[in-house]
Design a protein around this ligand. Structure first.
Ligand code: NDP
Length: 676
């Protein structure tokens, strides 16, 4: 059998392992299948290459360009995923595990690609939040902007998800415009290496944006600056060691960590045997114990159930576990594969023994279990093991020792307050799930336990068909947890992208803010064009281009007609005396929607032209009532332009309605699609 030499990709070159590189064994056979590591890598050259080649190339692109790049990369990986599946079996993972790792990683990239297009601008500066009004006359205002860090992101990943672990960090990093150096865990780095090779061969990523270290990182962390960031996933011990690095501390290098956690699942007091929730609970616990052979940072380590239901829960989980086929992950019938290595097996058994000092093992015997198609002596197989802890209030290991394998402990609770106390004893977890059909219980647990958990997952008969599973972090939502879970946060849509950008508050005049943010700010310069803006194409329109309409008088007849036509006969538009009793109105007033409709009629250019469709309206506020006899006029200004396709783009118009005294009556943003 040829032994795979797992290379690093440093400063544009593939570098083979050197003499003395680490051996990597197959989780199934125990045979050496690969070597990785090269002490001669020049870490400073790699950092410089990322900072001077990859960073500028990424920063030259807009968020939309980067989002398109992510989509292309994800689709390219999808086309080549079979090769990654084939290689991944040796990590002990089954085909269903590959779907989580490989397809899950690709899916995460696609979500970031989509969010980048929809929620971020087609520009290099991201505007964070709304304008802050800092002065009486509006000549000095504030806004927050985010721009990419000008250094490099170091991603140190765990062994359990060699693909997802890399892609879930790369997607927000690239979208932010920051190059990355990926350091996978050595045990499964051959899978990551293949994935990196596929990505680089596609030539979709700019030169210098992605480098790979297979094996040790050397002293790379000693050379980091304030423009760099480290994202770590792995054990709490390593996290502590790395975050204590003097360069990281001295230069305030961003360090985010996602470490082991004692995640729990609570069976609600209402979810007793015979309910759909009870069956759902058993199914979720079984899935979390056996997927990836329990080597998931989010796996359920503690099962918290009502005391009277404990025996029934143990029996139901044990019955399901007893039907789980363990063996060679390449076989179709295998449901649970092996741990990643014999070292990991030793570690899991040691930790399980520690838990066994406080809890009785009620299912699974590591000395006696069936394995199909593989050798128990050579492969890193362990059976699922279920423990029962009778005294969870005084026990410590069951709440503090993570056996990173198919090991869980069940414990009973007396009432909801007790369940909350137990779930919080993990001292910070990535996720806790609650299986209940009772919203009051869900609310009580959310208030009592959310502060100790990065994610709370509620599931019941209503949501179970479409729910995504206790163990799945989603790209849309944050992943990470307080305390022993590492105190970090990843993913969460645009929130995750901001981890790789600097937020800067800008205080300036409206004109300066418009220039920086590429979005027109009220108070900054307006200019007129002889032709109506609706006759001008997306490309021809300029930010700040404004149309001011002549005034239109509002009559009582208009109000009565609108009320009758639309059916909106709310008393404030119909009954002068009743309206006067309302503290908001001077008497009978025009409908807000009447004003909007008139505004559209006042600014529209009716002939066929480049405006294709009105696609929405943001931030509508009615600020002053309009009575019969008042008149309104409209100011329509091009605020922002966003390319959507090669044929059309979105124009965001700032619209202000004012009355005869120039007081603002209503304000909003109108969105249209305009052809090029
Ligand atoms: P480690 O913390 O040992 O390793 C995690 C990553 O850190 C690996 O890439 C590892 O590389 C790297 N690393 C270790 N030491 C250094 C160092 N001095 N400088 C730079 N990088 C370093 O975790 P393992 O992957 O070995 O798993 C051990 C335990 O961690 C598990 O049993 C489990 O409890 C927990 N874990 C938690 C996970 C989570 O997602 N929360 C995921 C996986 C594990 P290398 O492999 O080359 O040593």
């Amino acid at each position: 059998m040829t032994i795979r030499e797992v290379s690093s990709f440093a400063a544009g070159q593939w570098i083979l392992p050197c003499r003395g590189a680490r051996n990597i064994t197959s989780a199934i056979s125990g045979d050496v299948i690969a070597t990785a590591g090269n002490d001669n890598l020049s870490v400073q050259t790699m950092l410089d290459y990322a900072r001077t080649v990859g960073g500028p190339a990424l920063r030259a692109l807009t968020f939309h360009d980067r989002a398109k790049m992510l989509k292309a990369l994800a689709l390219h990986l999808r086309d080549h995923r079979q090769a990654i599946y084939d290689l991944s079996f040796d990590t002990g993972a089954t085909q269903s595990d590959h779907l989580i790792d490989v397809d899950g990683g690709i899916g995460t990239m696609l979500v970031f690609a989509s969010k980048g297009r929809k929620e971020m601008p087609d520009a290099q500066v991201y505007l964070d939040g709304e304008i802050e009004h800092l002065s009486h006359n509006g000549t000095f205002i504030g806004h927050h902007i985010c721009t990419p860090l000008q250094g490099v992101a170091i991603h140190i990943n765990a062994f359990n998800f060699p693909v997802w672990g890399m892609l879930e960090k790369l997607a927000p990093t690239f979208l932010a415009g920051v190059p990355a150096i990926v350091k996978p865990a050595t045990n499964s780095c051959y899978v990551t290496e293949l994935c990196v090779k596929i990505m680089l061969a596609s030539e979709i990523i700019p030169t210098g944006a992605l480098q790979l270290v297979s094996g040790g990182l050397g002293d790379m962390l000693d050379h980091l600056t304030c423009q760099d960031a480290v994202a770590f996933t792995g054990s709490a011990d390593t996290a502590l060691k790395l975050r204590s690095n003097s360069s990281i501390l001295g230069n305030s290098v961003r360090f985010t960590s996602e470490a082991d956690s004692l995640n729990a699942s609570i069976l609600g007091p209402d979810a007793l045997p015979g309910t759909p929730e009870f069956d759902l609970f058993v199914k979720e616990v079984h899935r979390e114990m056996t997927t990836k052979a329990g080597q998931k940072c989010t796996a359920i380590r503690r099962i918290i159930a009502p005391e009277p239901a404990i025996d029934a829960v143990i029996e139901a989980i044990s019955t399901r576990l007893s039907k789980t086929i363990i063996g060679d992950p390449r076989l179709d019938i295998t449901q649970m594969g092996a741990l990643v290595s014999s070292d990991q097996k030793r570690d899991v058994l040691e930790k399980a023994s520690l838990i066994g000092t406080e809890a009785e093992r009620v299912f699974g015997d590591p000395e006696n279990f069936n394995i199909v198609g593989a050798d128990a002596e050579r492969g890193a197989f362990v059976p699922p093991m279920l423990y029962h802890c009778a005294k969870p209030d005084t026990a410590t290991h069951v709440h503090g020792t993570e056996a990173f394998g198919p090991v869980s402990t069940i414990m009973g609770y007396s009432d909801t307050a007790h369940a909350i106390k137990l779930v919080n004893k993990g001292q910070g977890s990535l996720v806790a799930s609650v299986i209940t059909h009772d919203p009051k219980i869900a609310c009580e647990i959310a208030i009592g336990a959310a502060a100790f958990h990065g994610r709370l997952y509620f599931n019941n008969r209503e949501s179970m068909k479409e729910s995504t599973g206790h163990g799945s972090p989603l790209p849309h939502l944050t992943h990470g947890g307080p305390g022993r879970a590492g105190g970090g946060e990843e993913l969460g849509g645009v929130r995750g992208v901001k981890h790789y950008m600097q937020r800067t508050s800008i205080q300036a005049s409206p004109d300066i803010l418009t220039a920086i943010g590429k979005k027109w700010v009220p108070g900054s310069k307006e200019f007129q064009n002889p032709s109506h803006p609706f006759t001008r194409t997306f490309a021809e329109l300029n930010i700040g281009e404004t149309l001011n309409t002549p005034p239109r008088k509002i009559t009582l007849n208009d109000i009565a007609h609108f009320a009758e036509f639309t059916g909106d006969t709310f008393y404030a538009h119909m009954d002068d005396e009743a309206a006067r009793r309302n503290p908001f109105f001077p008497g009978r007033v025009a409908h807000g929607y009447l004003l909007l409709s008139f505004a559209a009629g006042m600014f529209v250019e009716p002939n066929e032209g480049p405006v294709l469709a009105n696609t929405g309206l943001n931030g509508l506020r009615f600020m002053k009532p309009v009575s019969a006899g008042d008149s309104i006029k409209v100011r329509l200004t091009v605020a922002k332009k966003t390319r959507r396709t090669d044929k059309y783009g979105e124009v965001c118009w700032h619209v202000t309605l004012t009355n005869q005294d120039d007081e603002i009556v209503a304000e909003y943003e109108l969105l249209t699609m305009n052809s090029y």
